[in-house]
Design a binder for this molecule. Sequence first.
Ligand code: BGC
Length: 754
Amino acid sequence: MIRHKTLNPPLHVYPIDEWRIIETQFYPRFLSHSETLFSVGNGYLGMRGNHDEGIPHSQTGTFINGFHETWPLVYSERAFGFAKTGQTMLNVADAKIFKLYIDDEPFYLPTASLQLYERILDMQKGVLERRILWETAAGKQVLIESKRLVSLQHRHAAVISYQLTILNADAPVIISSEVVGNQRNQSGLVDPRQAKGFDYQVLESQDHYADKMRLMLTHRARNSGMTVACGVDHLIESEADYSVKSSCDGDNGRVIFSVNAKKKKTIQIFKFITYHSSRHALASELATRGEWTLDRLVSQGFDSLADGQQQYMDDFWRRSDIFIRGNAVSEGRHKREIQQSMRWNLFQILQASGRAEGTGIPAKGLTGQTYEGHYFWDTEIYVMPFLIYTAPEIARNLLRFRYSMLGRARERARELNLKGALYPWRTINGEEASAYYAAGTAQFHINADIMYALKKYVDITDDKALLYNEGAEMLVETARMWEDLGFYSDKKGGMFCIHGVTGPDEYTTVVNNNAYTNLMARENLWFAVKTVQELRESYPDYYETLQHQTGLRSEEIEAWQNAADKMYIPFDESLGIHPQDEDFLDLEKWDVKNTPRDRFPLLLNYHPLVIYRHQVIKQADVVLATLLLDHIFSAEEKRRNFEYYDPLTTGDSSLSACIQSIVAIEIGETKKAMEYARFAVLMDLADIGGNMADGCHVASMGGTWMIGVYGFAGMRDHDGRISLTRSSPIRLKSSFFHCRFAARDYWSIYRRRK
Ligand code: BGC
């Protein structure tokens, strides 16, 4: 169902440019959007696009992937096995700040007289730039130029170049380069998707010091015990006289440059920034690591870091770009607008994942705290395809990260009276952190989603080492879970049924035989059988190790095969569709078309029970299955399912439009396909979901890559066999997208390099 959506902010606010996001005026109204829009990050460290002065801001934000606080989940009525511990990615010390005073007059963006204002996120360079010409009340013209980059080459590093030139006078200048700890965390009292906030000071100050132009602040999170160090150092180049003073207490560090600035003589300051975090190391040890990083960064200098960033970006775009060719459908402005958004989406995936080593990818990347910085299935189903084809080493790291959680997943299965392992629906540290089990833990499909990603990764890269070393163990434990969760139902003629689960659609919860879950579980079981048989027959050493690791017995393999072969997949003969679950078609239909626009998203406006008793869908569920398991559905089946579910789908989740677009392309629903594609591609730049201020939608971004590749280019890749033969009506007509991807080539080069 396509609801009419307004674009907010209107597109003219950020003029179209295919490689850059440009802001030509300071718009206080769009401050919060712009903080997300101009975020820079590398998958380990992320900085919201706050202004150099630190004020005004909607939310300051500096995030380290996986650096979190834990807190007891409080239920007024607790039940056995409910998740116990909340986890929240924290806002750490803000090291981006430069405060400026000319003739002791502070520069304050909202009231300053601006002769020039320009902020540019350059996606080719991976750098955020700002140029401002400020005329002070005394008529002095002050040119302020800054560049900010979070290094993709150096995981722990960021750097800011800050230049100041007074064009028409001399003046005393103070530049205060600051680090401010204990920043506010997001605190969403109404919207459950937002982080819940804290009523205590989470980060306790540890070692801290100032030494010449260097500052070091370290903190420890009160409950989780995680430690973080933030260090900065500076270089200054100035022909005019200057002096430097520095100071640091637990939460505030300052290096103050006092310069007798001369007309037209530029003052150049470089600020080198490093963050280190740990679950185990003492803060003092992190400070030492920070010192080493700073020594290296200062000796390398800004230009070298910028060159390294450029090389990384060139390589990234060479592997990942989706280039949109103009034609009758997409001429001129429209084409360039889509191109810009597409690139911004791909760039944000990079910023969320590039150096996410030993962690997952948070739902909002490192651009905000909504969803508490948690990792969901978003990574495996929406982002992995892009990574597998363009950066398989990152895909590999993410799968290995899931492997590192296997112990916790085994424990969680025990808590739910299950064999094997059950991955948490949402988490940072491997423990289930979903307080609402109906739309959380009950999404057992997470197990199958992870194994689906593993299979695609292995099929495409042929990385059997990962499959045999880590993959096989995950397969055994996830298959065990499915086999134990389901049962052979007499009422269903002895078929294998899975009850009490929630599928991807969170508007229908704890149901029996969710079609998506059963289909994906079946794939999981078959893949487990195939893999362990392969090991048993061809690699007995590996098989023995696997038996040792898991206690695997050969009768189990037969049991998985049997459960998969007998998997019950609901099907309604009269409609010729797969009911989303056993009872879905018996529910009353929700009138999505006539629901007032201000009542969306439904989750914020109706009690869950109202939603649950209707046929109404938050996001693609059966339709998603028809895409992921494309090979088992005929074109006619896809069309019938799409036509049934589309009018019931609210699109209240950003994970929906991209999938609906791809399936619509395939079945020839051209108009809908284009509209959904536009929603998905512009999800953030045009704030389609209305919550871009809280951070970007990483899953939808992965989905937009899929629109290009699986949608318009019509690629299919079942069992690693890539075909581009499927006729996409739109592609045939207009050759709309030119996609560049060559995972196999890339992967073989990558392996040769190793
Ligand atoms: C969606 C989930 C998704 C989560 C994080 C929710 O609104 O329903 O499918 O995993 O957002 O993006």
